[in-house]
Write a new protein. Structure first.
Length: 176
């Protein structure tokens, strides 16, 4: 029993000379990763990319012709179209207060006057809808004219396809 309780001495093993055995996998990874990356790109990714790129002849066949009626040359010249006066009830004041608005539409498209006249009923309806939903509290905000300008511009551009309104200038914005 005395022999069982005595600590057994561990046999010491001699270490290998050189001590760089743990570095071999790291060196292999560092040296082989660029080679593996190049091979994967060249043989795996590049053929897939080439399959999805259309030929020049096929692209020329499928190219649509441009409709000259929808294209206008930007000359830098500004064209103005006066919009008729709008008078709407302010929301939430029992129809006792009114908003009177007059504005001018600016565009570089020379056909703006014709397009506005053609779409005048839809544009008036949109402008009345935007203005009619304003409350007296909304009209007291300092940036309300910018908000209304942006709403009108976006709505008018949806009506006048292609979009052609550059700016809207208010000449009158009066609460009565």
């Amino acid at each position: 029993m005395a022999e069982e309780n005595t600590p057994q001495e561990a046999e010491t093993q001699s270490a290998k000379s050189g001590g760089g055995g743990g570095m071999l996998p790291a060196l292999l990874v560092i040296l082989l990763m660029p080679v593996i990356s190049f091979a994967m790109f060249k043989f795996l990714f590049l053929p897939e990319i080439i399959k999805h790129v259309p030929d020049a002849d096929a692209a020329a066949e499928h190219q649509e012709e441009i409709d000259p009626s929808k294209v206008h040359v930007v000359s830098g010249e500004k064209h103005l179209k006066e919009f008729p006066d709008l008078i709407v009830n302010i929301s939430g004041v029992s129809m006792t207060r009114f908003l009177r608005v007059n504005f001018t539409i600016e565009s570089q498209n020379p056909e703006i006057s014709v397009k506005v006249e053609e779409n005048m009923p839809a544009m008036r309806d949109l402008a009345n809808t935007v203005l009619r939903h304003l409350t007296l509290a909304d009209l007291e905000r300092p940036n309300i004219m910018d908000t209304v300008r942006n709403q009108l511009k976006q709505g008018f551009d949806q009506i006048l396809q292609p979009p052609m309104i550059d700016e809207i200038y208010f000449t009158q914005f009066v609460v009565q």
